[in-house]
Design a protein around this ligand. Structure first.
Ligand SMILES: Nc1nc2c(c(=O)[nH]1)N[C@H]1C(S)=C(S)[C@@H](COP(=O)(O)OP(=O)(O)OC[C@H]3O[C@@H](n4cnc5c(N)ncnc54)[C@H](O)[C@@H]3O)O[C@H]1N2
Ligand code: MOO
Length: 397
């Protein structure tokens, strides 16, 4: 296999995976988790008008110490409040109500002699003078029409949905999710619940990769398994390339040096494909290319290798495709036992990052260690052991 650096492979993956299409979606929960492809601008001011922050009385004192006011109006939230307060007048207002013109401040009902409920009184007396501006939410205080709710690249969160909708936005231009087909290959794979017999194994990669892709903002549209029969894989890839709902195929297995490496056998002869063994562990054997017009990423079959290489290689390319900024690795103080690792390869070890900034890593490299992990600890190529007190690079999962 050609020798390719991890950095070169990452660049190649980004090129093949490319950028997603953009689409306009309603600014509701379907936009949640997407990245804005264009700035989202406020359509309206928020608040749309000077409004009351309290249930109480808006007042326009004639003198700074005026305490008793005639009540000339009653404004509920939603009312148009077409009248203006003259100096010396007050109006009952509810939280969120449009303030009558001329209001200087709002006095909460608790600080008056008025009853909370029932019709508005003819007159109200406050316990203290009106403070100018108090309990008034000025128009556009939160965001003004035309100002950005979010720049391109912003993650649409519940708060972004709230801000945008409050500012009158109804839709957003976002990066479309990548429609992914997963194909797990291997003669030994047995479907859930079926008898694996003497040599079979319970198949797990397909749903693991589907879950990883979903967590990376993809829509998983196909999940297939395939035997080691080259004709079957050829036919399946051709079908997926023709399918209207597949932007990317991710395969697992069949990429190493054995006699029945179906993915390599079928894909390697095609010019666009390259198969490499990267200096990382696990996840070293990798393939990449296009079947027809469809990008195909070939991960190794070992479940931990497939997981780690998805996280460290494929996820960054999907993030870029979906308009997300690069994730930053963290660092943590290693507090476990001395771990000997293999120099010459970047190692990714399942680890547990604690709240206090320390990190431990169980001895095993098995799926059980990964299932209990919340991060991957990266041991650089030149390092052959990590000891307690080392500051190490960690990638949160
Ligand atoms: N002579 C060599 N042998 C191997 C090399 C090598 O360089 N020379 N590389 C090793 C490394 S590293 C890896 S990783 C694996 C990659 O092998 P494949 O991608 O061809 O994967 P398979 O052989 O198909 O499977 C490996 C392993 O994983 C299990 N597996 C596969 N698919 C699934 C699945 N869908 N669900 C659950 N488990 C799965 C499979 O049963 C095997 O145990 O090659 C090494 N060998
Ligand atoms: O890549 Mo393999 O065992 O290094 O997963």
């Amino acid at each position: 296999m050609p020798h390719t650096s991890v950095a070169e492979h990452r660049v190649a993956l980004r090129q093949v995976i490319g950028m997603s299409a953009t689409e306009t979606v309603a600014l509701d929960r379907q936009a949640l988790g997407r990245r804005l492809a264009e700035p989202l601008l406020a359509v309206d001011d928020l608040p749309r008008f000077d409004s009351s922050a309290m249930d109480g009385y808006a007042a326009a004192p004639a003198t700074p110490d005026q305490l008793t006011f005639p009540v000339v109006g009653d404004v509920a939230a939603g009312d148009a409040a077409r009248f203006a307060l003259q100096p010396g007048q007050a109006a009952r207002v509810m939280t969120g109500a449009r303030l009558p013109a001329g209001a200087v401040g709002v006095v909460p009902v608790e600080q008056t002699d008025a009853a909370r409920t029932g019709p508005a009184p003819d007159q109200v007396t406050f316990t203290a003078p009106v403070e100018p501006g108090r309990h008034i939410r000025p128009r556009a205080e939160d965001i003004a029409a035309g100002a950005p709710v979010g720049a391109a690249g912003t993650l649409v969160t519940a708060a972004v949905i709230a801000l945008g909708r409050s500012a009158g936005c109804t839709a957003a231009v976002v990066h479309a999710p990548t429609r992914v087909a997963v194909v797990a290959t291997g003669a030994e794979l047995t479907a859930p619940g079926a008898d694996p017999g003497r040599g079979g194994i319970h198949e797990s990669n397909s749903e693991m990769v589907a879950a990883l892709a979903a967590s990376a903002g993809c829509h998983v549209t196909h999940v297939d398994t395939c035997t080691d029969d080259p004709e079957l894989l050829d036919r399946l890839l051709t079908e997926l390339d023709a399918a209207p709902d597949v932007d990317l195929v991710i395969t697992t297995g069949g990429v190493s040096a054995g006699a029945y490496e179906v993915v390599r056998q079928v894909c390697e002869p095609r010019e666009s494909f390259s198969f490499v063994h990267l200096a990382i562990q696990p996840g070293g054997p990798q393939g990449l290319g296009r079947w027809g017009a469809t990008p195909v990423v070939c991960l190794p079959g070992t479940p931990v290798g497939a997981f780690v290489s998805f996280e460290m290689l494929v996820r960054p390319a999907l993030d870029a495709r979906h308009g997300a900024p690069p994730r930053r690795a963290g660092s943590a103080a290693y507090v476990g036992r001395t771990r000997h690792t293999r120099a010459g390869k970047v190692q990714f070890i399942s680890c547990v990052i604690a709240q206090d900034g320390t990190v431990t890593a169980p001895d095993a490299r098995h799926l059980s260690a990964l299932a209990g992990a919340n991060g991957l600890l990266e041991v650089p190529e030149a390092v052959d052991q990590i000891v307690a007190g080392d500051l190490v690079t960690v990638h949160p999962l």
